[in-house]
Design a protein around this ligand. Sequence first.
Ligand code: ADP
Ligand code: MG
Ligand code: MG
Length: 212
Amino acid sequence: MGLDVVWAERWVRRTAEVVAEAKDELTELDRQIGDGDHGENLHRGFQAVVAKLDEPDAAERTEVGDVLKLVATTLMSKVGGASGPLYGTAFLRAAKRSARPEVDTSGVVVLLEAALEGVTSRGRAEPGEKTMVDALTPAVEAATAAAAAGQDPVEVLAAAADAAEAGARATVPMVATKGRASYLGERSAGHEDPGARSTALVLGAARDAALA
Ligand code: ADP
Ligand code: MG
Ligand code: MG
């Protein structure tokens, strides 16, 4: 069983919900090591995405990539700062690799790999620099391993979400060397990276949407 455009829309709507619930938490994390706007940035972005999905005269979306492209263009236009272009590029790359009615197990891996490539090509961060890359990289690795073990797309997404969650928690002791948090140097240690946390939320929503 593959994941189709209904899943993709559910993923996006679920993301908007969990981001709304976590808005204050994300903002608080960003207040510790950044400028305190990450929750508001993402909330504004995903509310705009849902508004686009709800437009009555929208063109019919038949491919997973159609939904992800809508996310990409909306985030790029509505979310400023670092995370807008980073998430926008991630979803745009993922969209390009999912121009199909359904994605299967290997399609999920390709989609996640493309998202990571998008973030790294845009932000040039490597693992260990206390960014969203530290959630997305283990997610791709776990998804790859789950797919190689013959798991289905839902299990692959669940593995990715769990690994992103662990990856986000593992940013706590890291010293930031990319983004705004790097201005704090050593003082950035001891706080979870807000972008890594939100990445775990986005992937958790992808899993939840597949289980629904
Ligand atoms: P800003 O820092 O411009 O206010 P946000 O607060 O919305 O933007 O997003 C901050 C998050 O962006 C950080 O927590 C980090 O995860 C991510 N980030 C910043 N710079 C980079 C980068 N070069 N590569 C990957 N992620 C980054
Ligand atoms: Mg910020
Ligand atoms: Mg900002």
